[in-house]
Design a protein around this ligand. Structure first.
Ligand SMILES: [Zn+2]
Length: 121
């Protein structure tokens, strides 16, 4: 049940045990990791966005904090739903943004028809 720790920003796996130095940063994107959004006490639905009442959460939840109550949590990376690309492609097809292949197919059908008519005449 040891879920992997990942960078909250880019999702890159963090090989350590979750004991971040205060200025620990992601090796890939450079995002600071000792931050509220990487913390198990982070609570986006409350005013302070923190479950620890004694803590004084910084305003910016993605900047390195000095919080003594910091505890790294796994699965901090929300990412983008994979369905997005599919939906985008479907929309493009719908509105004709990427018409090149369809156009080519049209031309092919037209030539076939032309050939057909020429043949008949
Ligand atoms: Zn990262």
């Amino acid at each position: 049940m040891n879920d992997a720790l990942v960078c909250w920003k880019c999702g890159t796996a963090w090989p350590g045990d979750g004991r971040f130095a205060r200025l620990e940063a992601c090796r890939r994107c450079g995002a600071e990791l000792h931050v509220c959004v990487m913390c198990g006490r982070y609570e986006p639905h409350t005013a302070e966005r923190c479950r620890e009442e004694r803590a004084e959460p910084p305003r910016d939840k993605t900047q390195a904090n000095f919080c003594d109550y910091f505890v790294a949590r796994s699965g901090a990376y929300a990412g983008e739903p994979p369905a997005n690309t599919g939906a985008r492609a479907a929309l493009d097809a719908l509105f004709g943004t990427g018409t090149a292949p369809a156009q080519a197919a049209d031309d092919e059908a037209r030539s076939a028809l032309d050939a057909l008519f020429k043949k008949d005449r």
